[in-house]
Design a protein around this ligand. Structure first.
Ligand SMILES: [Zn+2]
Length: 257
């Protein structure tokens, strides 16, 4: 399925037209119609009726993301939302752990009381509550030191903060955020794989696959770490995709003639 990101974005945000000073370039973007003047949209390339949204030197024209560059922006925003959701969720878990570390004793008393109430019932069904793995796990959790729980809460909070900073930076397509995402995500991959060896769940597998794809995609598409020509090649690609540049280079033979 081919998605026309250009037209979709124009449908949502409206077209972007610009009247460059250079008369040759101007003529390529401009049309006189029976209904008045029309200008070519810098994103989708359609002619749009009405006065241009801006005018001036061709170099000052807005650099409108289109085509592959625009698609990359959509993917980055999807990753930004995914990271924001994960970040908020982890903040909540950290708060829960911190709250639990403060009321550990009262919660344990409550749990033990419940256990006392249910023990005879379970015994009736020949179920030994004191040796059940679930109860065992819960009792072990109560056994954790207060300081350990606080440390876990702080680490979770730091992790959540990294995710949220990534989310904001990716949303605005900042290059530092792309680096941060690739480095931080790759750094946590061994931990995610270790998690899977302990306990397999579809959510964990999905997260791992998504993170591996995100690291590869961002590093290659955004040409980080000098990959595929690095930043210079990335900027060139961004500019060469702009409609003004396309028109300008198309106009070269005409100018030479
Ligand atoms: Zn348009």
């Amino acid at each position: 399925m081919k998605i026309d990101w250009d037209r979709r974005t124009c449908a949502r945000k409206g077209h972007v037209t610009y009247a460059p000073d250079d008369p040759r370039l101007r003529a390529r973007l401009h049309a006189e119609t029976a209904l008045g003047e029309a200008w070519r949209c810098l994103r989708c390339g359609d002619f749009v009726l009405g006065a241009p949204h801006g005018s001036g030197a061709a170099d000052d024209a807005p650099l409108v993301p289109r085509g592959k560059v625009l698609r990359d922006l959509f993917i980055l925003r999807f990753l930004a939302i995914e990271r924001a959701v994960r970040g908020v969720f982890i903040v909540l878990v950290a708060l829960a752990v911190w709250k639990f570390s403060n009321s550990q004793d009262s919660v344990r008393r409550l749990f033990d009381e419940y256990l006392d109430v249910f023990r005879p019932v379970f015994r009736h069904f020949h179920y030994d509550l004191d040796h059940s793995p679930v109860v065992d796990t819960i009792q072990k959790t109560f056994g954790y030191k207060h300081s350990t729980l606080v440390l876990v809460a702080v680490l979770l909070l730091v992790y959540a903060l990294i995710e949220l900073v990534e989310a904001v930076g990716l949303w605005y397509a900042k290059r530092w955020a792309e680096y941060l995402t690739v480095v931080a995500t790759a750094a946590f991959l061994p931990l995610e794989i270790y998690e899977l060896t302990e306990h397999i769940s579809w959510l964990k597998i999905g997260t791992l696959v998504l993170n591996i794809l995100a690291v590869l995609y961002i590093a290659l598409a955004k040409r980080l770490f000098g990959l595929r020509g690095g930043r210079r090649a990335f900027e060139e690609e961004r500019h060469s995709a702009s409609l003004l540049e396309v028109e300008e280079s198309a106009g070269v033979p005409a100018r030479a003639a």
